[in-house]
Design a protein around this ligand. Sequence first.
Ligand SMILES: [Zn+2]
Length: 416
Amino acid sequence: MKTSALERFFHYVTIDTRSDERATTVPTTPGQLVLLRQLAAELRFLGLEDAALDEHGYVMATVPATASLSHLPAIGFIAHVDTSPEMRGDGVKPIVHEGYDGRDLVLPDDPSAVLRAAENPELATQLGNDIVTASGLTLLGADDKAGVAEIVAAAEYLIAHPEIPHGPVRLAFTPDEEIGRGADHFDVQRFGAMCAYTLDGGGRGELEFESFSADAVTVTFKGFNTHPGYAKGRMVSAIRLAADFIARLPRDEMSPETTDGYQGYLHPYQVHASVDRTSVKVLVRDFVTAALKEKEAIVERLARELVEAHPSASVELVVEESYRNMREVLEHHPRVVDHAREAIRRAGMEPIERPIRGGTDGSRLSFMGLPTPNLFAGEHNFHSRLEWVSAQDMDKAVEVIVRLCEVWGERAERTE
Ligand SMILES: [Zn+2]
């Protein structure tokens, strides 16, 4: 199936849409609005008459149902327009390496930027395909402009092929995903879909419906400060308490450096230190929400044991919820994942299912009432100047969207 995804992608990546964690505006950067406005106009041009940008920087639109299926509940597709602020994203020059032959790809603007076949085993599955990279100085922005292009191309395809029966299909393009704010102003009510799919995943065939459950614990040690020249028997350094605490956290297990698959971890990742007061921020991750509590109990026990020996020291723990495993919602909506499997098979692939060792906008949207697993968009080497995507994978992702609309059109009525 040949689609317009690559051509659209080429245009989107030239717009600098890096999000900015320090900004308080919505969206955080004007470049995102440039692309969002263009997307609304493109969708209207394709015939999606209701396409519009709202005041929070979300574009929503509807592909109308085909004849006689307008009573079906809507399903949705979502992608984010921003790119990671961690890597240069201005002046992106996309390059197509046609008919990939298995060699290392040297990116022209910096010869030290080499996409090596040995370090990217998935390249071996792309022989003969057209690989798209940046030029060596910037990220590419396939995360997630590949997803954006695939959704627009799928809308175009559905409009051009009214013989494929489907219910209403809602589309949304969102800002500021890379800084964790992508779901903040998402109006689930107005979107009005019974479920949605983010197009923001990796290689061909991938389907993700499990994410971490995540909390952050801030452990603040309060010591007793006094002039160090006259501190004998009196000073209690919060820095030393925090250092001992970090040293006692599990290291040979339950750490990011020693876990993978379904294992969770404790990860001390920020320290603000003074003798009087030192706080350590610890990320807590597990696929089972109840197991977060066990990990948090370990943190609390270690911290309290340390201050017990010092009557003038104390410790305070604050737990903040970050996001929850989307599976806890999706297991109540088995068709959402089953239909995705069926669509991937109809597009000629076997679904590859693996847990996300992180969160997605879908993790939060699922708990906001919109069950949202993640589909592959063909992205590789996220947030890196070695980012790449293949044109053929993008077409496959478009095909999966089209087949999903078809599957829901066939099956929604039977089980509603
Ligand atoms: Zn992404």
